[in-house]
Design a protein around this ligand. Structure first.
Ligand SMILES: NC(=O)c1ccc[n+]([C@@H]2O[C@H](COP(=O)([O-])OP(=O)(O)OC[C@H]3O[C@@H](n4cnc5c(N)ncnc54)[C@H](O)[C@@H]3O)[C@@H](O)[C@H]2O)c1
Length: 309
C-alpha cells in the first residue's frame, strides 16, 4: 500500500513537472529547440504536390538528403528538379502506395541507392469527399490504403533501422479530421483517426522499450489551401482559417525539429477537442452545426475526383 502511495506521489510530481515544461516550451521560439538534421536522410511520401512538395524543399534547404515518393511521376520529378535547382540532394521514386509489394520493393531500392532513412514523413493522402453510402467500395479502399495502410508498410520498412541506430523520426500527417467526425468524410475521418492512433501507439511502444532516440510527430491541421479540399467552407475564418500551405509547412517543420509529439493547426483546435471530450454528444452536435462543421463539405470540389465513380 505504501508503495502505491509513493508511486502515486512520484507520478503526480512528474505530471506537474511535465505540465509546466509543456507550458514553458510553448513560449520558447522553435529556433532555440531545433535539432540539427543536416546529416539526415528524409523520405517524404506524396511529395509530388501540396505540402509534401513544400516539406521536401524545406528539408533539402536544411541540408538533408531527400527521397521523394509519389504515384504522380510528373509532379514528383518537378519537386526533385526544384530541389536540384536550389543545390539540394534528392532522389525520386515512382510508387503507388496502394500496393504494399511496391512499397517493400521500392524501400529495398532506397536502402541500396541511398542508405538508411532517418526521418520518414508519411504525407501522401487522398480524399473522396462523398457521403458514405454514395462512396463506391474501391474509393473507400483507396482512402484506407493510402491514408493509413501505407503508414504501416513504410514504418515496417524504415523503423527497424532507426531503432537499431537509436536515431530517427516518424512523422505522420493526419488531420483535424483525426479527432472530429465530419459529414461527407466518413472514410477520410476513419483513416485519419487511425493515423492518430497509429502514431500514439508507436510512440508508447518506443517509450516502453526505452528507445529514446526515435521520435514520433503526428500533424493534425484544419483545411489547407493546396487544392485537395477545394470548395470547402469555414464559417468563422478568424477562429478556424483555411491555412496557407507555406504557413502550415513552417509550423510542421518547427514541430519536427523540436520533436513535438502532436501538432494541432491552428492551435485553438485544442479547445474544440477538449470540449468534445467533456460535453454530451448532443451539445457537440449543436456546436458542430453552429460552426457549420457538419456541412463544411457541401460544396467540396477537391481535385475533381467527384467525376470518379
Ligand atoms: N489540404 C488539406 O486541407 C489537408 C488538411 C489536413 C490534412 N491534410 C493531409 O496532408 C497530406 C498532404 O495533403 P495535400 O493537401 O498536400 O494534398 P495533395 O493532393 O496536394 O498531395 C497529396 C499527394 O499524395 C500523392 N498520392 C496520392 N495517392 C497516392 C498513392 N496511391 N501513392 C503515392 N502517392 C499518392 C498525390 O499524388 C499527391 O502528390 C495528406 O495526407 C492530407 O490528408 C491535408
Amino acid at each position: 500500500m505504501a508503495n502505491v502511495f509513493v508511486e502515486l506521489l512520484v507520478t503526480l510530481l512528474k505530471l506537474v513537472y511535465y505540465w509546466i515544461e509543456g507550458i514553458v516550451l510553448a513560449f520558447v521560439p522553435a529556433s532555440f529547440l531545433a535539432k540539427d538534421i543536416s546529416h539526415d536522410t528524409v523520405l517524404i511520401t506524396g511529395a509530388g504536390s501540396g505540402i509534401g512538395r513544400l516539406m521536401a524543399i524545406k528539408f533539402a534547404e536544411k541540408g538533408c538528403r531527400v527521397v521523394v515518393w509519389d504515384v504522380n511521376n510528373k509532379g514528383n520529378e518537378e519537386t526533385a528538379s526544384e530541389i536540384r535547382k536550389r543545390g539540394g540532394k534528392v532522389t525520386a521514386y515512382s510508387v503507388d502506395l496502394t500496393d504494399r509489394h511496391q512499397i517493400y520493393k521500392t524501400a529495398s531500392e532506397v536502402k541500396k541507392d541511398v542508405g538508411q532513412i532517418d526521418i520518414l514523413v508519411n504525407n501522401a493522402g487522398v480524399v473522396t469527399g462523398k457521403k458514405f453510402l454514395h462512396c463506391p467500395d474501391h474509393l473507400i479502399i483507396r482512402t484506407m490504403d493510402v491514408n493509413i495502410m501505407a503508414h504501416f508498410w513504410t514504418a515496417k520498412c524504415f523503423l527497424p533501422g532507426m531503432i537499431e541506430r537509436n536515431h530517427g523520426h516518424l512523422v505522420n500527417i493526419a488531420s483535424s479530421a483525426g479527432f472530429v467526425g465530419v459529414s461527407g468524410l466518413a472514410d477520410y475521418c476513419a483513416s485519419k483517426y487511425s493515423a492518430v492512433g497509429f502514431d500514439e501507439s508507436i510512440r508508447f511502444e518506443l517509450n516502453s522499450q526505452g528507445i529514446t532516440g526515435v521520435h514520433t510527430t503526428v500533424i493534425c491541421p484544419f483545411f489547407i489551401n493546396t487544392g485537395m479540399f477545394d470548395g470547402v467552407k469555414t464559417r468563422f475564418p478568424f477562429l478556424l482559417p483555411i491555412l496557407d500551405p507555406e504557413y502550415a509547412v513552417n509550423k510542421i517543420m518547427d514541430a519536427i525539429l523540436c520533436n513535438q509529439t502532436v501538432l494541432l493547426l491552428p492551435k485553438n483546435l485544442v479547445f474544440f477537442i477538449a470540449l468534445k471530450g467533456m460535453l454530451p454528444t448532443k451539445c457537440c452536435q449543436i456546436l458542430a452545426d453552429f460552426f457549420q462543421i457538419s456541412n463544411s463539405m457541401d460544396e467540396f470540389k477537391g481535385r475533381g475526383e467527384k467525376k470518379e465513380n
